[in-house]
Design a protein around this ligand. Structure first.
Ligand code: NAD
Length: 408
């Protein structure tokens, strides 16, 4: 079998049976190198992952990396930024990791990343944010941050339903609203639609609650703007509480029921309005744990949390659907630093740690994370962190990866 003309030869396919991943010892994992600094950070990530797996399992397990085309390399070869075969390959092999991709300016679609999430229905964007010792941070107690953000990935204003100001469609809709709903929208306005469904909200919140239960976390916070957007954001919150009660009553308790029944190791379900949440994460950082939220809130909030604990260069991410998972660096292509062997590969390396967790290869995941932690604690880092750390030694991207390997 082949995709984009490349034969799937080495390794075995990861299967899924009864909702559980069946991972062979030599799984095929798709790899999108990425544009810009992708050429630097992706080989660094692969080196660290391969060595962690080799060391954790004494050579009994090994990843077979399968190259996938997307972004500029796909455009050069196939005249499209996201070939259908790349999507089909991910559907077939189930797990992939990607470097950052340039968003084509003025192209036919808004973002390859958003498109990939939508065509594969990768409905949950998961972003753990925690502090690693020694990382420069703008706050006094960055170590208090340890949250996992579950952001809905397919709906909300990201659904891409919007019309230009004064376009035929926008004007028609304005007219329709006026005639049928007695709703006045200012003439020649641009319009966007924010769909939020019960189905989309529940499956995301369910994943967050299951994660909290499985990982002994203390709370799940439903972050929303329901005081203003009552039927979209407000409904997201309501559906979340109802779902917790209906499906997880044995393991969860709503915050306003504390006192009426015993908490006893139960996961607390609470909610916070988005603007308050931005304050709370700064002032009461350690009170928050798992956060489930709609798409746009999640986008803003995960970058804000990352900034508080050391910046985007350190923040990993995963996009998970029913059948496929794509792990990705959360920063962009930083074109200024492309091919200079300078960029920080930590975000992609920590995304690979999430991937190893997803494969249930915890030993390798833990080894990799500790290797990275030690390397940073030794004050050996790439330029972006070194310039903010007193007494740090600056390493190139590839040398930083080698230093992590030496610290495994
Ligand atoms: P960016 O994240 O690429 O870069 C902003 C700045 O952050 C860089 O100039 C650099 O100083 C720093 N930076 C980012 N990653 C770094 C790393 N690993 N190591 C060291 N420094 C790093 O954001 P941008 O400039 O707004 O976007 C550039 C391109 O990337 C755009 O085309 C954008 O659409 C795309 N993008 C892609 C993704 C993705 O693929 N997930 C995410 C964001 C932006």
């Amino acid at each position: 079998m082949q995709f984009n003309g490349i034969e799937l030869v080495d390794g075995d396919i990861i299967k899924k049976e009864n909702g559980k991943l069946i991972v062979p010892n030599n799984p095929i994992i798709g790899c999108i190198e990425g544009d810009g600094i992708g050429v630097d950070i992706t080989p660094a990530m692969k080196l660290v992952v391969d060595k962690s797996v080799e060391k954790a399992y004494l050579g009994k397990k090994k990843i077979s990396w399968y190259p996938l085309f997307a972004g500029e390399n796909a455009f050069k070869k196939f005249n499209t930024y996201l070939p259908e075969d790349t999507v089909n390959a991910i559907k077939h092999i189930r797990v992939a990791i990607k470097g950052p991709l340039t968003t084509p300016v003025g192209g036919g679609f808004r973002s390859i990343n958003v498109m990939l999430r939508q065509v594969l229905d990768l409905y949950a964007c998961i972003r753990p944010v925690r502090y690693y010792n020694g990382i420069p941070s703008p706050v006094r107690h960055p170590e208090k941050m340890n949250v996992v953000i579950f952001r809905e990935n397919t709906e909300d204003v990201y659904a891409g339903i919007e019309w230009k100001a004064d376009s035929k469609e926008a004007n028609q809709i304005i007219e329709y609203f006026k005639n049928n709903f007695n709703v006045d929208i200012r003439e020649k306005s641009a319009l966007g639609i924010k769909p939020v469904s019960q189905f989309g909200s529940e499956r995301l919140i369910k994943m967050a609650i299951e994660y909290a239960i499985e990982n002994n976390r203390k709370s799940v916070t439903l972050m929303h703007k329901g005081n203003i957007q009552k039927f979209t954001e407000g409904a997201f919150k309501q559906w979340g509480y109802e779902l917790a009660k209906k499906e997880f009553s044995k393991y969860t308790i709503a915050e306003d029921e504390i006192g009426q029944q015993s908490v006893e190791n139960k996961v607390i379900i609470n909610d916070r309005i988005a603007d308050n949440m931005f304050q709370q994460i700064l002032t009461r950082t350690d009170e928050y744990d798992i956060i489930a939220t709609t798409n746009l809130n999640g986008d803003y909030f995960s970058d804000a949390c990352a900034a508080q604990s050391g910046g985007l260069g350190m923040a990993p991410g995963a996009n998970i659907g029913e059948n496929e998972a794509v792990f990705e660096a959360t920063h962009g292509t930083a074109p200024k630093y492309a091919s200079l062997d300078k960029a920080n590969p930590s975000s992609l390396i920590l995304s690979a740690k999430m991937m190893l967790d997803h494969l249930n290869w915890q030993e390798a995941a833990t080894m990799l994370e500790q290797g990275l932690e030690r390397t940073i604690a030794d004050k050996t880092t790439t330029y972006d962190l070194a310039r903010q750390m007193e007494g740090a030694k600056e390493l190139s991207c590839s040398k930083f990866a080698e230093a992590i390997v030496n610290n495994l």
